[in-house]
Design a protein around this ligand. Sequence first.
Ligand SMILES: Nc1ncnc2c1ncn2[C@@H]1O[C@H](COP(=O)(O)OP(=O)(O)OP(=O)(O)O)[C@@H](O)[C@H]1O
Length: 904
Amino acid sequence: MRQQTQSKMVGSRIPGLKEMNPAGTNSRSRLAQPGTIANKPPAVPQPPRTRSTTQSTESTRTGAGTHSGARSVNGTTRVHTRANSHASSTLTRSASSASRTTKGTFSSTVGPGPRPNSSLSSSRRPNGHSIPRPATSLDTHEEESHRVLGKRKGRQTSHPLLSTPISPLSAFSPPALSYVFGREEPPSQCALSGLQRTLNPDMKHLTLDPFSCKVTDPNLSPMQNRTPKPVSSTKIPPISTPVNPYNSQPLPKPSPKRKPPPIPNFLSKETTIKAFNYSTGGEWDQESREQNMENIFNMFVSRISQAGQESSGLKEAVEVYKLRVGELEESKKDLTERNLSIRVELESIRSQMKAAEDALRHAKREQEIEMDDLMSRQRMELETLRQEAHKGVEGIKAQHELEIRDLKRRFEHELDDEKSVRVREINQLHSQTALDAQLAQIELDKKAKELAALQGEMQALRTELDRERKNNMNLRQNLDTISSNSVTLESSISALKARIEFLESGREEQSGAFERLNQQMMDAVAETNEAKEKLRKEETLRRKLHNQVQELKGNIRVFCRVRPALGSDGALNVAQIQYPDQAEDCKEISILGPEEKSSFGTVTRKNSNFSFDHVFGPSAQNSDVFEEISQLVQSALDGYNVCIFCYGQTGSGKTHTMSSLDGMIPRAVHQIYETATGLEEKGWRYTMEGNFVEVYNENLNDLLGQAEELDKKKLEIRHDMQKGKTIITDVTTVRLDSPEMVETILKRAAANRSVAATKANERSSRSHSVFILKLIGENHITGERSEGTLNLVDLAGSERLSHSGATGERLKETQSINRSLSCLGDVIAALGQGKEGGHIPYRNSKLTYLLQFSLGGNSKTLMFVMVSPLQAHLSETLTSLKFATKVHNTHIGTAKRQTRVREV
Ligand SMILES: Nc1ncnc2c1ncn2[C@@H]1O[C@H](COP(=O)(O)OP(=O)(O)OP(=O)(O)O)[C@@H](O)[C@H]1O
């Protein structure tokens, strides 16, 4: 606002004068105008212009006048608009007035395009002058009068501003005056109005602003001077040298002495003076013409006088204006100085402000930086604290978790330990209870038997007593009879005495008969003793002979057993197996191979024939099989180590033969018990102890121990080489006082195995089970003692590794089984070589090591090779039979009986 006001102040150098030039209406346009302050280089950098100012500048550059005014109305600020509209209205009125009176006025020469160098130059058109108006008689006279006036006044009629002919009438016309003043003439300007009327057309664009004359005071502040006058520039454009717009060469100055165009001195056909009237012939009327001239002269005189008055008025006005100009110049100077000082002040304030702003900005920036620093530091601290807290929490959490895990583990361990201890205790209690119960039962049975025996004895005693009583009665009766008879006898005695005396002669004959009878009795007793001794000797001999028979049969024998096809096997899947000598010895078996057709069309079959000590067909029962092995069981009772194996692939019937309820184990036990009982008469008392162990993955497990301890509890095998005894550490040993005990043992072993078995692992197929029966017999009559061991072994499935397709744990099992079976074969093969003191690789597997004293010289071995009847198992069947043949061909040395004769 201040700047605008200043520019207004600078622009209106002459307060009260309003420039009629349209260019002047844009005095705020800051165009460089000669003599204005805007022309000077700015002392300080101008602040960026507002949009309105820019638009104002554009409007100034592109044009002026009505055009400029119209644009200003649309786009500039209000003050500007008002000023422009005012100026434009003034201009419009002026222009319209001029257009009616003149041609080529200033306003008409200014238009869009390059700004004219000056108002004067703009009035000159490069292409010459405006189109001349058709001459009239009046014009001619006016021209003439002008010329006259120009001559008289010495004025330069060729001045562009005066070049336009002015009708004297139009100059006086009221509308022209009203346009010149721009408003209705105020009462205070009445004095001037006369002067104005005489003004040169050059002055027409000047007007005296009655308002500004009154109020404008340069000493007042711009704000005070601002309202209510319309501000405009009143600069009179200086008359400069006209410039040719085409060659920029200064146009030749119009010579002040240039002659006006010649005035014809005679009448021509163009002459249109009305006074000439040929028809009337008045042209030749001197008087009227003089009269006319007189009138014209008078008119001119009056006009001249009027002009003179106007001239003096103008002069006065010029004086007034000059004074006013002087005042304005002074005020301008003051204003300029003040402006400068204000500018300086403004500048200093601006610089201060700038410095303050800089300082503020600097302080702000510093504060922001500080704030940022603080924020970042705080953020970092916060982050550090958060991380530390997080770490702390994590650490505590981890520690807690560890502690919880530790505690859990410890508790679980304790719980497990406690559990296992409890379970073990329970199991022990169970087994103990079972054993106790069994023992109690056995004891009870024994007691019952004893009771029965006692009752029998009592009964016998009672009968005896009765008999004795009867005898006593009889004796009493006899005594009575005898007493009665004594008398009789006494009488008889006397009679007898007489007779004795008579018979004394034949006494020697009677005593001889008594001696003979006594001798006969003594002979009979001696014969009985002799017979008993002979019987004992015969039992010993029987054992010896039995052993010799067994030895003759071979210390290692091989039986083959083919199981029957089961319902689940399917009839079509059965292989063709033949038994050529079934009706006779039953020692051969023939496996028929698949039919092969030769190129000649003959059908052949590859048969595999095998021969063993005995071959049991599918129809053979366990009882039939046992009959054949019972002699070996007897050997065990006789004090030999006996080993009976069941070898064959899985499902071939090993378990059925060995451990089923009517298998070899129960049958053997029953036989032993019966035989031992029978031997009691001959003075033998037997004790039987049983162990049941398994070899699984080369580990020895106690099948009569706790199920949980399978694969955990380590059993050790120790050998007493001196006594030829095998001891298993920590193994459960059961005394078999009755044949029923064996069933308990078998059930317990089966239960333990099923606990250890998993879904994918049928334990009985994947381990070797060994039932060890120790038989210790003592003959209290002869003092003999025998220790035999019966080993009944159910081997694991013998299927080959490649056929089993096992992986993982199963593979490990299979490898272990194959290794132990191969070791068994090696041991048998080594024994078969019969080298004295030769190395037998018992230690190569747990099984052979366990059976060390039951394989070889001091033992009798029987191997069952079990055969599956299925076609699918044919390959394995042949492998098994080949292995069995190898064993069968082995001859092991003489077995030694472990007997001792008690020193009596
Ligand atoms: N002589 C037989 N008479 C009737 N059935 C039999 C006979 N032999 C075996 N079986 C039956 O055949 C099946 C397999 O027998 P068993 O389990 O004894 O074979 P295995 O060789 O011991 O197998 P594994 O090695 O898996 O223990 C069983 O169901 C069994 O009852």
